[in-house]
Design a protein around this ligand. Structure first.
Ligand SMILES: Cc1ncc(COP(=O)(O)O)c(C=O)c1O
Length: 398
């Protein structure tokens, strides 16, 4: 009997999807479930996106396209980058892929040989570990618990970087929702300058979802000399409510962008024409939908944070972006809910789902077993009910 490749024993199905599946099953059984589990934005793009798609359908060539991305798509992304505060890139610096996930896989293949080391902060987006394992890279994890607001410190980064090939940074962050301030970015950038052999990959896909007026900041603006080894990753998934359309991007030094295009030519060939039209319209068209959604998310963040702060023992750093809240719920460990013992985050999420019908993702999926992730993109009307049940659950612990 032939065997699967060894790398498949390292690849694991997504822990986040496991919670979502269980919640779906309970719903199908007629249970009233409030889902705080998956990180989908839960809104649709503006009508102008659909209008662009209808136009494109009428003109579709049905042919293969550019491995880098159509010129119109590259230009729309360059325009979007400028709006994000990242000017100075040309078509030769950018390329498109099938969502940020594919983009990150491409980068891992382009930058890491087996045995090379990739460093990133914990909590992390789960896929970072899976990607590192599939390309057989070593991981250097930098623990950032709630006591340090889930943020990486300059000293921690400085100590971790020797021997590292790629530093992967996610800001605004999934799962914590934390956003680095201008000063924090500048301090980390000063450290990065001291480690010239490290590639810097910035997964910035939530960069348009920043609250409280703190803005989105990046290493390249803080220390321009970092541009030659920094790669920005972006996507239309979260900002424009288009996760299923599957379009992601890089802005990078030309050499990296070219390697990325070579990989595209062997993996995906091109982003399809109709999808390209949708992405161009989203990036270059009116920005009312993302602007309005960002304001809505900020108001929902306030509601979730107020609920967390009202639960004795729960510690919840204040997120300022994306659509996640990541409370430290370790105060519940060792307690009981009815017949159930809550030994850890997985027990807690299981009990919360079974007893109260509220689905959250255990923090261990993100490398931080003291916490759980609440994704608050559910319909606005469901949020108070879900939070009420969450508080009741904690009040009933003995
Ligand atoms: C931090 C982060 N990076 C990348 C992605 C992947 O996004 P895409 O839908 O563009 O593949 C996600 C999706 O949840 C994410 O949270």
């Amino acid at each position: 009997m032939p065997t699967l490749a060894a790398r498949m024993s390292r690849a694991k199905p997504s822990a986040i999807m496991a919670v979502a599946e269980k919640a779906k099953q309970l719903k199908a059984e007629g249970r009233d479930i409030v889902s705080f589990s998956i990180g989908v934005p839960n809104f649709l793009p503006g009508e102008h996106v659909y209008a662009a798609v209808r136009d494109a359908l009428a003109k579709d060539s049905g042919q293969y396209g550019s491995n880098r991305g159509a010129d119109a798509l590259l230009d729309a992304f360059l325009h979007h980058l400028e709006g994000t505060g990242l000017g100075g890139y040309t078509r030769k610096n950018v390329a498109a892929g099938i969502g940020a996930k594919h983009v990150l896989y491409n980068l891992a293949e382009a930058l890491l040989d087996p045995g090379d080391t990739i460093a990133f902060a914990v909590p992390y987006w789960t896929t970072y570990v899976d990607i590192a394992e599939i390309v057989d890279a070593k991981m250097r994890l930098m623990p950032c618990p709630a006591s340090q607001n889930y943020k990486l410190t300059p000293a921690q980064l400085d100590a971790a970087l020797p021997g590292v090939k790629v530093f992967l940074f996610n800001n605004p962050n999934n799962p914590t929702g934390m956003v680095y301030t201008k000063d924090e970015i500048a301090a980390l950038a000063d450290v990065l300058v001291k480690h010239p052999d490290v590639w810097i990959v910035c997964d910035d896909i939530y960069n348009r979802m920043v609250f409280d007026g703190i803005g989105y900041h990046n290493f390249v603006n803080a220390r321009p000399e970092l541009r030659e080894r920094t790669i920005h990753v972006d996507s239309i998934s979260k900002t424009y409510g288009m996760p299923g359309w599957r379009v992601g991007f890089i802005a990078a030094p030309e050499k990296v962008a070219q390697a990325f295009v070579t990989l595209n030519s062997n993996h995906i060939t091109n982003v399809p024409e109709i999808v390209t039209a949708a992405a161009v319209a989203a990036l270059a068209g009116p920005q009312d939908v993302p602007t309005q959604k960002c304001a809505e998310f900020q108001a929902k963040r306030d509601q979730v944070l107020a609920a967390m702060n009202a639960i004795p023992g729960v510690v919840c750093p204040r997120p300022q972006g994306a659509f996640y809240v990541f409370p430290d719920i370790s105060c519940a460990f060792g307690k009981r809910h009815g017949e159930r013992t809550i030994a850890n985050d997985v027990d807690l999420c299981d009990a919360l789902l079974e007893v109260k019908g509220v689905a959250c993702v255990p923090g261990s999926a993100f490398g931080e077993p003291n916490a759980l992730r609440i994704s608050y993109t559910c319909p606005t009307a469901q949020l108070p009910e879900g939070l009420k049940r969450f508080r009741e659950f904690f009040a009933e612990l003995k």
